[in-house]
Design a protein around this ligand. Structure first.
Ligand SMILES: [Zn+2]
Length: 209
């Protein structure tokens, strides 16, 4: 049976990647779903196990042991009618962000920065090189991001810039990500740099011009 996107009418392949089945059983294609991620992003949660060999200090003390990362898609709770409203609101939000960040191709809000030391030895005999990589974790809040572009951030003293070596999507549950060629507003990302990124602080807005 042929399935069509209930918003744009495009015919969808069976089990098309990224297509979302709504609450009322209708389907939206990935292109349409992506346009609403600016307001309705995926949410990710760690599923933690209850502590056994650990002194409870509070009601919610759990082991940092990950059973599975779970992805929650808010679109799945919408009907086709609600999706149409969500799309209208998202298009308004995208316009507002474009006005707010006039001239910027993309804007990323920083969560935190990690430093990586690549293993230049073997698995049995690890040796960590001096050449460091930096991962900037955050979320695209405006526009469309691709690898290879320069991000800039201004602090009181000066403006800093750096080139994104690799772009990854990040599910928030671990330190690793998945390399991608593009990330849209609403996506959680890891930006990989070959240079020192210790000038980036949580909450910083990185601009791509
Ligand atoms: Zn569509």
């Amino acid at each position: 049976m042929a399935v069509f996107c209930c918003f744009c009418g495009r015919s969808l392949a069976e089990k098309e990647a990224g297509a979302v089945v709504l609450k009322d059983g209708q389907t939206v294609c990935k292109d349409c779903a992506d346009q609403t991620r600016i307001l309705y992003p995926f949410r990710y949660t760690k599923v933690l196990t209850e502590s056994e060999d650990f002194t409870h200090v509070g009601k919610f003390s759990y082991h940092e042991k990950l059973i599975a990362g779970r992805r929650i898609d808010p679109l799945c709770d919408m009907t086709a009618e609600q999706f149409r409203e969500a799309m209208a609101k998202s298009q308004e939000a995208a316009k507002a962000q474009a006005a707010r960040y006039a001239g910027a191709e993309a804007v990323i809000e920083t969560d935190h920065v990690r430093r990586f030391f690549p293993n230049i030895g073997s698995a049995e005999n690890p040796k960590y090189g001096k050449r460091r990589f930096f991962g900037v974790y955050g979320r695209v809040v405006h526009g469309q991001l691709i690898p290879g572009v320069e991000v800039t951030v201004s602090h009181r003293d000066r403006e800093y810039s750096a080139k994104i070596e690799e772009l990854q999507t990040w599910d928030g549950s671990s330190a690793g990500g998945t390399p991608v060629g593009k990330a849209i507003a609403g996506t959680q990302v890891i930006l990989i740099f070959r240079q020192d990124m210790s000038f980036v602080y949580p909450g910083d807005m990185l601009l791509v011009r």
